[in-house]
Design a protein around this ligand. Structure first.
Ligand SMILES: Cc1ncc(COP(=O)(O)O)c(C=O)c1O
Length: 382
């Protein structure tokens, strides 16, 4: 693997760290399906692996690449983004105080609320991106964890990671950022002071909508990281070797796909912002987005593949627009090469903070003119 510090992230990703199989000289790493590894006569593990629930050579390359792209000390793959996120909470003492944003990935938010209802944690939600509210809710010496997500799914609300991390650290809290929507191609949260980055690698890291995967990346190999590593093994929340291999293949084109989808999303957002049937567009690349200045500082080279918009005429019309799209597919998830639309409130269900007339778009790598034309025909038909 390449230890050349001067190589840029796009080169490291394209060449998967320049890894070459030592005996056969494969450029593409093999898949290691073995669940178990032979011990030497002295009881040691000369291959460095014992059992796949703890570690598999197919994960090693993906983890090394992801750690390098994030500028972290170490990375761990998980069976899904949810498996990665929920494992962080296993490191917390019983009753630990946690602060999370009120708009964030919905299922993780529901899961945190469930934990709080069972008294496993004490939980405060603060308005996403609101640093004053974060400061006010922190309990110095008591708050164990501050969860951040930027841009937030689905409203694209921006959080100033450096400022939030500084405020949280001053109160002694650990900071975790869900970096799924930005990816390390746009934002490197660890460089901004965040302690752990979490990814749903199902999304743009893999990019082809054919793998369910998650990851954590740490700034430091500390006690918490050791605990996370153990928890992954205890819980068996690991990825299959084939999925890890597919993920590595997807990550090689990250630096092509992310700029392409950012360009498409920017073009679509601008077209929607001018459309009379659209009441509001949420995209940090638009000049009137409240988080635009912070996003321009902490997202390098684009504002992400995700945007949302509200349709004049309410929920029924919004749903009719989603159903009238022909090129953009109506499906959940984001970050793939194909553009998707989703009526978010009906997926999130009761209690969602998402307006009923909101449609979320994940922009892929198609020609943006086709996406704009599709949205225009759907908005005029609905
Ligand atoms: C921002 C964000 N974080 C986490 C997740 C959960 O990831 P997974 O579906 O891989 O469990 C998602 C899934 O949509 C997401 O959008």
């Amino acid at each position: 693997m390449s230890d050349d510090e001067s190589l840029r992230p796009a080169t490291l990703a394209a060449q998967a760290l320049g890894w070459i199989e030592p005996s056969t000289r494969d450029l593409v790493p093999p898949i290691h399906p073995s669940a178990s590894y032979e011990r030497a006569a002295d009881g040691s593990y000369p291959g460095g692996h014992s059992y796949t629930r703890d570690q598999n050579p197919t994960y090693d390359q993906v983890e090394a690449l992801l750690a390098r792209l994030e500028g972290g000390a170490s990375a761990l793959l998980f069976a899904s983004g949810m498996a990665a996120g929920t494992t962080v909470f296993e490191t917390l003492p019983h009753g630990a105080h946690v602060i999370a944003p009120d708009v964030m990935y919905w299922t993780l938010r529901l899961w945190m609320r469930d934990l709080a209802e069972r008294d496993r944690i004490e939980l405060d939600f603060v308005p996403t991106g609101d640093l004053d509210a974060l400061r006010a809710r922190l309990r110095p010496g008591r708050t164990a964890l501050v969860w951040l997500e930027t841009p937030a799914n689905p409203t694209t609300t921006i959080t100033d990671l450096a400022a939030a991390a500084e405020i949280a650290h001053a109160a002694g809290a650990r900071v975790v950022a869900d970096g799924t929507l930005a990816t390390p191609a746009l934002t490197r949260p660890l460089e901004l002071g965040v302690d752990l980055v979490m990814h749903s690698a199902t999304k743009q890291l893999n990019g082809h909508a054919d793998v369910l995967a998650g990851a954590l990346v740490t700034a430091r190999e500390d006690e918490t990281w050791a605990r996370i590593r153990h928890e992954r093994g205890y819980r068996g929340a690991v990825l299959g070797p084939f999925e890890a291999w597919l993920l590595l293949r997807g990550m090689r084109t990250l630096f092509l796909r992310v700029p392409a989808s950012c360009r498409g999303a920017q073009r679509v957002a601008e077209a929607l912002a001018r459309h009379p049937a659209v009441s509001e567009v949420f995209y940090p690349g638009l000049p009137d987005h409240p988080g635009r200045a912070v996003a321009a500082r902490q997202m390098k080279g684009g504002f992400g593949c995700l945007l949302s918009f509200r349709v004049e005429g309410g929920e029924a019309r919004a749903r009719a627009v989603a159903s009238s799209l022909r090129v953009i597919k109506q499906a959940t998830s984001l970050g793939g090469v194909e553009s998707l639309v989703e009526h978010r409130a009906s997926i999130e269900g009761p209690g969602t903070p998402v307006p009923p007339d909101l449609l979320r778009l994940s922009i892929g790598i198609e020609d943006p003119d086709d996406l704009v034309a599709d949205l225009e025909q759907a908005l005029s038909r609905a």
